[in-house]
Ligand binder design. Structure first.
Ligand SMILES: CC(C)(COP(=O)(O)OP(=O)(O)OC[C@H]1O[C@@H](n2cnc3c(N)ncnc32)[C@H](O)[C@@H]1OP(=O)(O)O)[C@@H](O)C(=O)NCCC(=O)NCCSC(=O)CCC(=O)c1ccccc1C(=O)O
Length: 341
C-alpha cells in the first residue's frame, strides 16, 4: 500500500468505515441515545433521542492502528522494550518486551522505557501514550528478582539501582495522558506502574496485586500512598499487608482500573479511549492532569501546575507585552489588560 492510500485508509478508518464505503468528509451518525457504544463511551440522553452533544461528538474509530516501530531512541538500540507510533495518529506505545520473564524489569528495561517516554513527551505529534507488556500473560511482574542485589537491581555496569522510581515520576509528570493496557499479571513494581498511569484498560485475564512483602520489598512512595487514594485506606492496607492477587473484575470494583474487556478486545478498546482523548483540547487535558497531580504531590505538584499556567501566560498578549517592552527598552504598558473579577 503506498503512502497516499494508507493515509486515505487511516482517514476513512477514523470516520468509522473501510475505504470506499463513504466519501471523505461525510460523517455518519452512530446510534447513541442512552446507551453505551462499542467504544465504551456513553452519551446518555435526557430526551431518549440522540442529544446535540452526541451528534456533534459521535463515536471514535475502533480500527486497528498502523504501528511504525522505532528501534533506536536516544541513540540507544532498544533491547528490552518495543517502541511504536501509530501512523497518522497521535498515539505512542511503549511495550515491555521480556515475556519469558513475565515482563519483569531490569535497570536496562527501565532506562529504555524512560528514553521512550522522553521521546513521546518531546514529540509534538504525540498526544497520548500507551504502556503495555508483550504477550497475553503479563503487563509486568515488577523488578527482576534474578538481578536484585544489595541496594537495588544490578545492571551490566554493576551498579545497584531503583530507577523505576524515577520512571514513576516521569510518567506522572508527562503532560499527556498515559494509558496502561493490561493483560495478565500486573504485580509488584508492575502493579505500581499501572497505578501511576492516568487510566488503565484491563483484559478479563488481568491479575493485580502487590507481592513485595512476600519477596522482601515495598514501595512506601506512590505505590502505597497513591494506591490509598485510588482504592481507599482499608483496601490499600489489605493489598499490601496480605499481598493477595485480585482479578480484573475485583480491580474494577475497587476503582483500580477504568474498564475491563475481553482479552481479544484489549488493544481495540485502548485505542478507542486514546482516540476519544485525542479529540479533546490537549491543553485542557494537560492542565487537568497537573491539577489532579497537584492535589496529591505538594510543592512538586504545584510546580507542574504552575508551569502550565506560565506556558499559557507566555502565549497571551499580556505576557508578551512584558517581553516586548523589555526588548524595546521601554516601560511595559499593562493598562489595556482588564482586571477581571
Ligand atoms: C507473575 C507470576 C505470578 C506469574 O506466575 P506464572 O504464570 O506461574 O509464571 P512463572 O512460572 O512464575 O514465571 C515465568 C518465568 O518468569 C520468571 N519471572 C516472573 N516474574 C519474575 C520476576 N519479578 N523476577 C524474575 N523472574 C520472574 C519466573 O521465574 C519464570 O522463569 P523460568 O525461568 O521460566 O522459571 C509469578 O511469576 C510471580 O509471582 N512473579 C514474581 C512477582 C514478584 O514478586 N515481583 C517482584 C515484586 S517486588 C518489586 O517489583 C519491587 C520493584 C522495585 O524496583 C521497587 C523497589 C523499591 C520501591 C519501589 C519499587 C517499585 O517498583 O515501585
Amino acid at each position: 500500500m503506498n503512502n497516499a492510500s494508507r493515509r486515505l485508509n487511516v482517514l476513512s478508518q477514523h470516520l468509522g468505515k473501510p475505504c470506499g464505503e463513504r466519501h471523505v468528509g461525510e460523517v455518519e451518525l452512530q446510534p447513541v441515545a442512552g446507551s453505551s457504544n462499542n467504544a465504551g463511551t456513553s452519551y446518555a440522553s435526557a430526551t431518549g433521542q440522540p442529544s446535540s452533544y452526541a451528534r456533534v461528538h459521535g463515536e471514535v474509530s475502533r480500527a486497528p492502528a498502523h504501528w511504525r516501530r522505532i528501534d533506536t531512541v536516544a541513540k540507544e538500540e532498544l533491547r528490552e522494550v518495543r517502541y511504536e507510533k501509530a501512523v497518522e495518529e497521535g498515539i505512542a506505545k511503549v511495550t515491555i518486551n521480556r515475556p519469558k520473564k513475565r515482563n519483569a524489569f531490569t535497570p536496562r528495561t527501565v532506562m529504555e522505557m524512560s528514553w521512550c517516554f522522553a521521546d513521546a513527551r518531546e514529540d509534538p505529534t504525540v498526544g497520548v501514550v500507551i504502556l503495555t507488556g508483550e504477550g497475553p500473560l503479563a503487563f509486568c511482574s515488577g523488578g527482576d528478582q534474578s538481578v536484585r542485589g544489595a541496594g537495588g537491581y544490578v545492571g551490566s555496569d554493576g551498579i545497584p539501582r531503583l530507577n523505576v522510581l524515577d520512571l514513576q515520576m516521569q510518567i506522572r509528570r508527562l503532560p499527556k495522558p498515559v494509558v496502561a493496557q493490561v493483560a495478565g499479571y500486573a504485580v509488584g513494581g508492575g502493579h505500581i506502574l499501572h497505578m501511576v498511569c492516568d487510566l488503565t484498560i484491563a483484559a478479563d485475564n488481568a491479575v493485580f496485586g502487590q507481592t513485595g512483602p512476600k519477596v522482601g520489598s515495598f514501595d512506601a512512595g506512590y505505590g502505597s500512598t497513591h494506591m490509598a487514594r485510588l482504592v481507599g485506606q482499608k483496601k490499600a492496607r489489605e493489598m499490601w499487608f496480605l499481598a493477595r492477587l485480585y482479578d480484573a473484575q475485583q480491580a474494577l470494583d475497587m476503582g483500580l482500573v477504568n474498564k475491563v474487556v475481553p482479552l481479544d478486545q484489549l488493544e481495540t478498546e485502548t485505542l478507542a479511549w486514546c482516540r476519544e482523548m485525542l479529540r479533546n483540547s490537549p491543553m485542557a487535558l494537560r492542565v487537568l492532569k497537573s491539577a489532579l497531580n497537584a492535589a496529591e504531590d505538594g510543592q512538586a505538584g504545584i510546580q507542574q501546575l504552575g508551569g502550565d499556567a506560565t506556558l499559557l501566560f507566555y502565549q497571551s498578549e499580556e505576557g508578551n507585552e512584558g517581553r516586548q517592552a523589555y526588548m524595546e527598552q521601554r516601560a511595559p504598558d499593562f493598562s489595556r489588560f482588564k482586571r477581571l473579577p
